[in-house]
Design a protein around this ligand. Structure first.
Ligand SMILES: C[S@@+](CC[C@H](N)C(=O)[O-])C[C@H]1O[C@@H](n2cnc3c(N)ncnc32)[C@H](O)[C@@H]1O
Length: 262
């Protein structure tokens, strides 16, 4: 079942929470990054008060957001095809306290930086990321190139500050080759983000690869699902999970229910 997340308005939270969100969004420089709190609540099942507390923490992310924005500007990126939900990724990681976060698709590392900032605050858990970088062809980004291309002289995760990298297991190569080995190493995948190659076959491959590592309460996210057809909803149905869609966009998620035999 695919449904829009229930309404939970930012304006109904404390003035401190509302101000922290506004400042963090401005510091990152991405107006699209206003958190969708209904989506967050549906995926985490967290109490409103816990969500409010995490929103207030965004105030502490201002130096990180500014650093990411400045790194992007210095590399000639005035706009960037990053995930639209960096603050929800932070909040989910804080609320869920995952042992293992796995993401496929890093580019400059906006999603990675938000996972890592939350893991650092949790003082537990690791981020395992896989990325097959798309190199930028020349000093300036070509008209036909995607903004996710890596500028010359930089590497995957180039916007992630050094101080956050302690809990980061970053693997470079195609997820088709690397994800099976990574999944086999982990006891659980508690939070997963698909944000790499957006084809139905590839998304299905990634979801089926992590399936044996999912547990009750794991959160599985996929971006750009308008390109991947039935792959995500079919997988959710097979687990008995609901698909939670972020607003009108095509970033979706599911919370894994109790699995048979557990
Ligand atoms: C949309 S970007 C990731 C954005 C990132 N999640 C963020 O929020 O900033 C997609 C990344 O996936 C990489 N990619 C594409 N195909 C891949 C594959 N088969 N395996 C791993 N990474 C891949 C691209 O080169 C690019 O770096």
């Amino acid at each position: 079942m695919r449904r829009r997340s229930r309404t939970l308005r930012l304006a109904s939270f404390s003035p401190e929470s509302v101000a922290a969100v506004a400042r963090a969004r401005r510091a990152l420089g991405d107006r699209r990054a206003t958190p969708n709190l209904g989506w967050l609540s549906e995926l985490t099942g967290a109490h409103r008060r816990a969500i409010g507390t995490v929103l207030e923490e965004l105030e502490d992310l201002l130096p990180l957001e500014e650093e990411i924005r400045h790194r992007h500007l210095a590399a000639g990126r005035t706009s960037y095809a990053q995930i639209r939900a960096p603050f929800e990724l932070y909040a989910m990681t804080r609320l869920l306290k995952p042992r293992n976060v796995v993401e496929a698709g890093v580019s400059s590392g906006v999603s990675s930086a938000h996972f890592l900032a939350a893991l650092a605050r949790n003082r537990v858990g690791r981020l395992h990321s896989i990325d097959l970088p798309t190199p930028q062809r020349a000093a300036a980004l070509g008209r036909s190139e995607s903004t996710v291309a890596i500028p010359p002289g930089l590497a995957t995760g180039w916007a992630v500050p050094e101080r956050l990298r302690g809990s980061w297991d970053l693997r470079i190569g195609p997820s088709q080759r690397l994800l099976p080995g990574l999944a086999a190493e982990l006891d659980s995948v508690d939070l997963f983000l698909h944000d790499d190659l957006h084809t139905p076959t590839h998304l299905t491959f990634e979801l089926e690869t992590i399936r044996p590592r999912l547990r009750e309460g794991s959160i599985v996210l996929a971006d750009n699902t308008s390109w991947t057809g039935e792959a995500f909803p079919r997988f959710a149905r097979s687990l008995g999970a609901n698909v939670a869609r972020r607003g009108r966009g095509d970033l979706v998620g599911m919370r894994v229910p109790r699995l048979p035999g557990t």
